[in-house]
Design a protein around this ligand. Structure first.
Ligand SMILES: [Zn+2]
Ligand SMILES: [Zn+2]
Length: 145
C-alpha cells in the first residue's frame, strides 16, 4: 500500500466500535435495493466498496454483530447501540463501508445500483444500474432516469 494512502476513521453510533479504512474505495454510490432499505430503515444506502485488507478494526471487535440473510451480504452492526457499520460481500471480496459511518471520507457517488427497486428517484445524471455493474459481477443493464 502506498505510504501516502489516506486513512479514514469510522465508528458506530455510540463509539464502542472504531475502525479505519485506508486507501481508496473500489467503487462508491447509492444502493436502492429492498434489503438495504429494509435493514437500514432508510430510503437509500450510500455505499463505498473496499478491499477487505483496507479495513482495520481498532476497538470493539467483540461488539460487532453479524447477520446474513443471504450468502452475498454479511451485515455488521454494533451490538451495544445497533448502529450499522459495514457489509461483507465475500463472493466479491469487497466490504461495503457505509459512507455515513466514515465522516472524514469525501463521498463521491459514481453510480446507482439496484435502481429498479428504488422508492426515492434521484435525477442528477449518474448512471442507474437495474441491478449492479458488470465490474461488480452483475448484468450491467442500465435504466433511464
Ligand atoms: Zn455502538
Ligand atoms: Zn443494497
Amino acid at each position: 500500500m502506498a505510504q501516502d494512502a489516506k486513512k479514514y476513521e469510522g465508528s458506530c453510533f455510540c463509539g464502542a466500535v472504531q475502525f479505519t479504512v485506508t486507501g481508496a474505495p473500489v467503487a462508491q454510490g447509492y444502493c436502492h435495493c429492498t434489503s438495504c432499505r429494509h435493514w437500514s430503515a432508510g430510503p437509500i444506502n450510500a455505499f463505498s466498496l473496499w478491499s477487505p485488507d483496507s479495513v482495520k478494526i481498532l476497538k470493539g471487535a467483540d461488539k460487532i454483530g453479524t447477520y446474513h440473510k443471504t450468502e452475498r451480504s454479511y451485515r455488521k452492526y454494533c451490538t451495544a447501540c445497533g448502529g450499522h457499520l459495514m457489509t461483507d460481500h465475500p463472493a466479491w471480496k469487497l466490504v461495503d463501508v457505509y459512507a455515513a459511518v466514515i465522516p472524514s471520507f469525501s463521498f463521491q457517488p459514481q453510480v446507482h445500483v439496484h435502481y429498479q427497486e428504488k422508492v426515492t428517484p434521484m435525477q442528477h445524471g449518474l448512471p442507474k444500474f437495474k441491478h449492479i455493474p458488470k465490474e461488480m459481477g452483475g448484468p450491467g443493464q442500465t435504466l433511464a432516469e
